[in-house]
Design a protein around this ligand. Sequence first.
Ligand SMILES: C[S@@+](CC[C@H](N)C(=O)[O-])C[C@H]1O[C@@H](n2cnc3c(N)ncnc32)[C@H](O)[C@@H]1O
Length: 245
Amino acid sequence: MTWYQDESLWEVFYDCMFDQASFDLAKQQCPQILEMVGHPVKNALDLACGPGRHLLGFAQYGIAVTGVDLSGYLLSHAANHLDQQQTEGTLVHCDMLAYEPKQKFDLITNLFTSFGYYDGAEDNQTLLNKAYQWLNKGGSLVIDTFGKEQVAHMMEPVHLTEYDNGDLRIERPMLIDDMSVFANEWILVRGNEAFRREYQHFVYSAVEMKAMLANAGFEDIRIYGSFEGDEYDLNAERLIAVAQK
Ligand SMILES: C[S@@+](CC[C@H](N)C(=O)[O-])C[C@H]1O[C@@H](n2cnc3c(N)ncnc32)[C@H](O)[C@@H]1O
């Protein structure tokens, strides 16, 4: 089993990763994404939608939303959130690469560092190729992740995060395999208990990301350093790729 197929990872870290503040943030990001793509969006597909944070955000703009995710646990949270907010949405439980859409989309998103997880680099490229096929002409793909330059610039040997609920997360990140892979260890200390998980995924520079998107067929490819549209430089908060078909 690969790390991202381990449901216990999402269960243990749910409260840290997907607290109310993260839902509020996603709600802010959706109009920013729509502004970045700069064209009308009638329907959107969120690849690796997790608990549906951005599905809720996009649906507020009258957009028909579909979310795909491999985690049944996270999709059940997504279903609850959609229900609670009386929001329509289609949830699909499968691997992103195995998804078979019945329609094409104006917008496809992959957000909050959900890209590069496949063990084979060629599978990550295949996902971009498929996203291109699944878009309407003129539609856009938006990927929000962090870039290799950022990791190399900011990485600390140990990083500690303290949450409002008292949880502590200790991280021990590394760049391995000729700096192509970000490998991290998370240790969550909750009361008197500790949970430890390891994960790793490919990490791309802005130039590498652009090349992969161009390979998939995208033409207008832009890289931003934040949802506000800042430049991607050493102060960048994120690597956000916006690519139009
Ligand atoms: C960091 S979470 C981000 C979730 C969501 N995009 C968000 O912003 O809240 C990564 C997500 O990727 C999903 N995932 C990982 N590998 C996947 C795959 N091969 N196919 C579909 N979903 C996958 C996980 O289940 C998880 O929901």
